[in-house]
Design a protein around this ligand. Structure first.
Ligand code: B12
Ligand code: SF4
Length: 491
């Protein structure tokens, strides 16, 4: 893997009195039924701050909100010296490729660099004829260098930072650059009270750490971050939180509380700084069990919602996932959170070896724990994960079409029922989860009537859309079976 390109130091850049580079930052559209919300393009806000420190002029287009932004800039005569694009996930690969293609049409001489989790795990899927550089793994240092040097001419290079710093440090994200879009950064999914999250749904977004020290078999986070786990300096986080005008903050970390000492010191610093926000984040069940006092401390500074990777309701399954938790911890962690006053948002994986009785077990778990926001996710083998390699070898992947890798479709052949029956079981689970019966028996926790009605309508619309799109998966499955049947005949 080539290292970062050599660069002149900033001073030399200044001595040569080079004009500041015009840098264009692009956040792509996302490929999904858009329901979650639109969050600020954090990585591009960070890169804007870095580019400005390096003396560049920055333009940012959030293509989710302004799909024609690039064309408009080009019409005005704007020509960037460097274009940076992030990649989000697997389903966004064709979108990012399309974006690079459009940019090359508008600005044939402007080099394009892409980076992010998907560029890290599958750089080969990006169209190198339109892209000048692919950056794998942590990008804040590489980006600073590119702002100083630009991109060398020649074929597309795939590079990574050879020695990512152990500390994840960068300037305060530049939220002035996204001020024009700011009121659109919102959470759409229904709140348990029925009201919008924060003020009118408005949501601020940041991260405290990058990556994860664990190695779960289904998870793309560790491969997407080259196995690293890095923490931001506490004073930088405080400055970042202070720069956000929203009352509701989503901490998108994958494993926010993995280092209890760091998380405790951070909570103290947030408390001392007088920051008052309503916070949601992620945590492992075992961390909650080991450090209930830490979660209490975070509750005191505003933590109200916590996604827990429950993943399975049996320890045996958790072992298969290499999750390094057990069912007792799952149950205990939920009790601890309830006692503190934090809403648990369980994420439960629906695996393709499940029988009808297993679906019932998952539903029973949801009922017993009276969840307001249970999330059941069909296990989706993302390229880069251990599970993907396993299912690929077993020949059980039904479709490679990226649109179906959004954690909402079943793309693996089930072992104990047909694909259609598996989907029926899955839909039944969702309908039971959001049923009047669960609500009226008082098993939806603190979900208000309005909140319930919103969820009820929301999931039914969702399932309708899913059913419409699944027809394509069934077609792919049929073709796969026919191909298998045909093969011996052709021999
Ligand atoms: C924030 C987020 C979102 C936001 C959208 C993004 C946004 N800003 O609005 C929301 C919450 C809406 C969202 C939704 C979804 N998301 Co999302 N999301 C994330 C999350 C938590 C953080 C990404 C992020 O912004 N990080 C902040 C930046 C600063 O960090 P970074 O991207 O790692 O960047 C560093 C490097 O990668 C690199 N880098 C990044 N870009 C670039 C660009 C260049 C040019 C360079 C040089 C370097 C570089 O440098 C940076 C600094 O070191 C990730 C998980 C994760 N931790 O990565 C999942 C993640 C990307 N999401 C994922 C998924 C599946 C989804 C959903 C489909 C889930 C669902 N079923 O609803 C939806 C679909 C969206 C929709 N249409 O509704 C998956 C993607 C998996 C995959 N590989 O396909 C991830 C990885 C989560 C996971 N656990 O698997 N998501
Ligand atoms: S599932 Fe959670 S704990 Fe496991 S590797 Fe992914 S982020 Fe880490």
């Amino acid at each position: 893997m080539p290292k970062m390109p050599e660069m002149p130091p900033t001073d030399e850049h200044k001595i040569k009195n080079m004009p500041p580079r015009r840098v264009l930052l692009l956040f792509p559209q996302l490929n999904n039924l858009v329901f979650f919300g639109v969050y600020e393009p954090l990585v591009m806000e960070i890169f804007s701050a870095i580019a400005q420190e390096e003396g560049c002029e920055v333009e940012l287009v959030d293509l989710r909100l302004d799909p024609h932004g690039c064309k408009r800039l080009a019409r005005r005569g704007y020509v960037p010296d460097l274009i940076a694009l992030t990649t989000h996930g697997f389903p966004e690969v064709p979108i990012v490729n399309g974006c690079a293609r459009n940019c090359k049409q508008l600005w044939p001489e402007s080099p394009i660099v892409i980076g992010g989790g998907q560029a890290t795990v599958t750089p080969e899927l990006f169209e190198k004829q339109y892209i000048d550089m692919i950056v794998r793994g942590p990008g804040e240092r590489v980006w600073r260098n590119l702002c100083r040097t630009g991109i060398p001419r020649g074929p597309c290079l795939t590079i990574e930072d050879p020695e990512p710093p152990r500390v994840y440090s960068y300037p305060v994200p530049d939220r002035k650059i996204t001020a024009k879009y700011r009121t659109h950064y919102k959470t759409n999914i229904p709140h348990h009270t029925g009201r919008a999250w924060g003020r009118g749904g408005r949501t601020g977004f940041t991260l405290l750490t990058q990556g994860c020290p664990f190695r779960c078999s289904f998870c793309v986070i560790w491969p997407a971050n080259l196995g690293l786990y890095r923490k931001r300096p506490i004073p930088e986080i405080i400055a970042d939180l202070k720069s956000m005008e929203e009352d509701y903050i989503y901490l998108g970390d994958d494993n926010t509380f993995a280092d209890a000492k760091f998380a405790g010191e951070l909570a103290d610093a947030i408390g001392a700084s007088g920051i008052k926000k309503e916070i949601s984040s992620y945590c492992r069940a075992d961390h909650i069990c080991k450090h209930p006092e830490l979660l209490q401390k975070w509750h005191d500074i505003g933590l109200r919602y916590l996604v827990i990777g429950i993943e399975a309701v049996k320890t045996e399954k958790l072992k298969q996932f290499n999750k390094k938790t057990d069912q007792e911890q799952n149950v205990n962690s939920l009790k601890i959170l309830r006692d503190i006053g934090i809403f648990p948002i369980p994420h439960i994986l629906i695996t393709q070896d499940m029988t009808a009785a297993d679906f019932d077990d998952v539903y029973r778990f949801i009922e017993e724990n009276k969840f307001e926001y249970p999330v059941t996710i069909p296990l989706t083998p993302l390229p880069g994960t251990a599970d993907y390699a396993m299912y690929k070898t077993q020949g059980r992947i039904v479709t490679d079409k990226l649109d179906f890798y959004t954690f909402m479709y079943n793309v693996i052949e089930p072992t104990s029922m047909s694909l259609r029956e598996f989907d029926r079981q899955y839909d039944r689970l969702i309908f039971r989860t959001w049923s009047w019966s669960r609500y009226l028996r008082g098993n939806c926790g603190k979900l208000s009537f309005l909140g319930f009605v919103k969820w009820w309508a929301f999931v039914r619309l969702l399932v309708l859309q899913l059913r419409w799109k699944r027809r394509e998966i069934y077609r792919a499955a049929r073709q796969k079976t026919q191909a298998v049947v045909m093969r011996p005949a052709a021999l």
